[in-house]
Design a protein around this ligand. Structure first.
Ligand SMILES: Nc1ncnc2c1ncn2[C@@H]1O[C@H](COP(=O)(O)OP(=O)(O)OP(=O)(O)O)[C@@H](O)[C@H]1O
Length: 633
């Protein structure tokens, strides 16, 4: 728990410009507003360059001619120019704020949609904090970049260009003195840019890791407190936070050096131009007004030049943010891309022809194809986790199993034998690496995901509830307009406790349903699985947290539901196995025996051992096995 989560290693660094150019599809719809905003800013910036020219006119004209009314006129002109400049900057902000908030929202929606479609194996590999930071901090950085540095790099570039033309026209020699630092500035900026961009990437990844640790600490607070692990967790947090602080300091150091270079070289040039200019005025080669205008223009260009350090830094961080965003967006969604379905981990919706759970209350059962092609069939199915070591054997290989239409099959096997993995292949939470799985003869690999979600419903041992009401959590498993089934589903799952909650089925159960007990959450997850009267029901040990009495009640109600549904139920306890018509034993990655509970007790020592219970398991298994062997003879 105290280990630092690791983000998947970043790909080769591309140039900042190429990274930022990838934002174009999102910026395209708002390009006109952006161009208008930039044009307004260029005009505002150029207005600021006219002010020195007005000053030159004041100094060489009214001041030299001792004309007070001219000075007032000049002052009024400078004031108007200042007001125009400020108003245009405000107009720019007004123009771009809304469209850029939309760009950020669109990118976030795309990221969220993509995360929902990516397979479970992707989510197994990626720390959640990394995804969280990409969807929040990185997107915020990109919005800031589009709103500010992107425009100002352009505007300041144009301003500097226009400013230098004005300077060269006024006094070409002094203009060249000011231009002298450009080449060393470009070289030094490139040097710092490369280092800064590496530090920015490291800092953004580290802040994602930190978010993961915080999230784990909050979600796992019971374990942390229960095992007194808060010191260990604090150490992990401190270590990560210390590393992030170090990286941020490195960034600040680099930025400081960049600023120092960008500020000092132009200042030196302005100083040199001032000395030369004063000498020229003294020699009578230059008017005092021209020198004032020249120096005012040079000083007006100070901020556009100096701001480049800051703009380069934000642009680099934004390029890194774009890289991190597209790293996730570039992960392909496997196989059919027709899906728009929501999280694979939620329960699925129902077959559309039935209206109630368990075929009661006038429900019309869905037509269920019979015969060899019907039901749920696995043919030579194999599976290996993508991140498993190359030399590790596959979790499943050559699994053959046929569950007849309307039949309930229990799946048993030792812990770690691959039961959960096998159940995850049917709703395609993981893709089988070999073989095929058919539902009523239809291959799930070529089935649109929406259809698969309609056919198959799932409930897992570890039930996830969302920050929503009890009713909304359960009805996630049903199509629209299935509210009428809620009461029946709650009844099947023996979830009557919800009526005692403060607001009944409208009670909010909070993040992860933490306000409910494990058994209560399991029952709601079970209700979600059965609410839509699915044609195929996959239950991964859904009753493990229930007491024996409640389990018996749930089983009795489930038997009604399962009577009309083809079901695969992972079972650890004989009581759950007894729900099933037949049992499949998973061993060594394949199904080694199929039969009724009693048949398998007679014919399989491994099965008898599994069913014998925890106490003195092998001795009991031997007794059971011997008793049946004796009975047969
Ligand atoms: N995401 C994963 N990546 C790599 N290996 C995994 C992953 N999930 C499970 N495994 C491995 O696959 C094997 C089968 O795990 P699975 O959870 O399917 O077993 P199980 O039979 O359901 O166990 P249990 O009865 O304890 O729930 C185990 O060896 C496990 O370590």
């Amino acid at each position: 728990m105290t280990e630092t989560p690791e983000a998947p290693s970043p790909p080769e660094r591309r140039s900042a410009v190429r990274s930022l150019l990838r934002l174009w599809p999102y910026v395209r719809p708002v390009r006109r507003t952006m161009i208008a905003g930039a044009a307004v800013t260029v005009v505002a910036s150029c207005a600021s360059l006219v002010i020195p020219l007005a000053l030159k006119w004041i100094v060489d004209g009214p001041v030299a001619g001792k004309d007070p009314s001219g000075v007032w006129l000049g002052g009024a002109l400078v004031l108007v120019l200042g007001v125009v400049e400020a108003s245009l900057f405000a107009l720019r902000r007004f123009l771009v704020a809304r469209p850029l908030a939309q760009v950020e929202a669109d990118m976030r929606a795309d990221l969220y949609g993509h995360l929902q479609r990516l397979p479970v194996s992707f989510h197994d590999r990626w720390p959640s904090g990394q995804l969280l930071s990409r969807g929040t901090t990185d997107l915020m950085l990109l919005r800031i970049f589009l709103a500010f540095p992107l425009t100002f790099m352009l505007v300041n570039g144009v301003t500097i260009l226009v400013g230098f033309v004005v300077l060269l026209v006024q006094q070409w020699m002094l203009g060249l003195v000011l231009l002298a630092p450009v080449v060393p500035l470009v070289i030094l900026c490139t040097y710092f840019e490369e280092r800064y961009s590496r530090a920015a990437r490291t800092a953004q990844d580290q802040s994602g890791d930190l978010a993961t640790v915080v999230e784990e600490s909050v979600l796992g607070i019971r374990i942390i407190k229960g095992f007194g692990r808060h010191r260990g967790q604090e150490r992990a947090f401190d270590a990560l936070s210390g590393r992030l602080r170090g990286t941020e300091l490195r960034k600040a150091h680099l930025l400081g050096m960049l600023w120092a270079v960008i500020m000092s070289l132009p200042e030196l040039a302005i100083g040199a131009a001032l000395v030369l200019g004063v000498l020229q005025v003294a020699d009578g080669d230059l008017s005092a007004g021209t020198l004032v205008a020249f120096l005012s223009t040079a000083l007006a260009l100070r901020w556009p030049v100096e701001s480049f350090g800051f703009l380069i830094a934000i642009a680099n961080e934004s390029a890194t943010a774009a890289d991190r965003y597209f790293e996730v967006m570039d992960v392909p969604v496997p196989a059919d891309r027709t899906t728009t379905s929501a999280s694979a981990s939620t329960s699925a919706t129902s077959a559309t022809s039935a209206t109630t759970v368990g075929g009661k209350s006038g429900a019309v059962p869905s037509p269920r194809p019979a015969g060899e092609g019907g039901g749920l069939r696995l043919e030579g199915v194999g599976f290996r986790y993508p991140d498993a070591p190359a030399d590790a054997p596959p979790v499943l290989h050559g699994v053959d199993l046929h569950i007849r239409p309307g039949e309930t099959m229990a799946l048993v096997g030792t812990t770690g034998s691959g039961k959960t993995t096998l159940t995850a292949l049917i709703p395609r939470l993981h893709e089988a690496t070999s073989g095929r799985i058919t539902l009523d003869g239809e291959d799930i690999a070529v089935m649109p995901r929406e259809r698969l979600r309609e056919l198959v419903s799932v409930a897992f041992e570890d039930p996830t509830l969302f920050s929503a009401s009890v009713g909304e959590n359960v009805l996630m498993g049903a199509g629209a307009g299935r509210e009428a089934d809620l009461a029946r589903a709650l009844e099947v799952a023996q979830a009557g406790f919800v009526h005692a909650l403060p607001e009944g089925t409208r009670t909010q159960v909070g993040e992860q349903g933490l306000s409910l007990s494990g058994g209560q959450r399991q029952r709601l997850a079970l209700a979600r699985a059965v609410v839509g009267d699915p044609r195929f029901l996959i239950l991964d040990d859904p009753l493990s947290a229930l007491d024996v009495h409640t389990e018996a009640l749930v089983e009795a109600a489930l038997r009604e539901v399962l009577a009309g549904t083809t079901a695969l139920v992972v079972a650890h306890r004989p009581s759950t196995v007894l729900l099933a018509d037949r049992v499949a034993l998973l061993s060594g990655g394949r199904v080694t025996a199929v039969g009724t509970h009693h048949e398998l007790l007679r014919t399989s020592r491994e099965y008898a051992s599994l069913m014998a219970g925890d106490e003195d398991r092998s001795a009991a298994a031997d007794r059971t096995y011997a008793r049946h062997e004796g009975g047969r003879r």
